[in-house]
Design a protein. Structure first.
Length: 137
């Protein structure tokens, strides 16, 4: 899998509705994962979207999620730039450069969904997400 650069939109509780709307607009396959499906959150937060991804027939990839209601450590951004792929050396290199002189909000580390993931804000104030998946056999 080649590395991809994707917009990642953040929502305050209506990510499901927004991503379903974008699916109506662009077509394609939409995958939605809730906080509850990963054992995180109870009550209303369990049904919030932890990660959603729309892949369209035109080759667009749009990702998004609800920001947890208990998030106080980082400001709510309405977007992030997401870099994803399975070339660990390449993506770790991007991470090191993007996070240098910036602020790491989630260290690049193994996550509950199995990938290596981290979030940082670069020295210019742009929020970045790096996700390293297992190489596809």
């Amino acid at each position: 899998m080649a590395s991809r650069l994707n917009p990642y939109l953040h929502f305050g509780g209506d990510a499901r509705q927004a991503l379903e709307f974008y699916q109506e607009v662009f077509g394609g396959e939409l995958v939605l994962n809730t906080y509850g499906s990963f054992g995180q959150g109870e009550g209303p937060q369990a049904d919030m979207i932890m990660h959603g991804m729309l892949e369209t027939p035109s080759g667009f990839t749009l990702m998004g999620a609800d920001s947890p209601t208990d998030t106080e450590s980082a400001p709510l951004f309405t977007y992030s730039v997401s870099v994803t792929g399975d070339d660990e050396a390449e993506l770790r290199g991007y991470w090191e450069k993007l996070s240098a002189g910036g602020q790491v909000t989630a260290p690049l580390d193994k996550q509950v969904w199995g990938d290596i993931f981290g979030m940082c804000t670069d020295r210019f104030g742009v929020p970045w997400m790096v996700n390293i998946s297992e190489p596809q056999g």
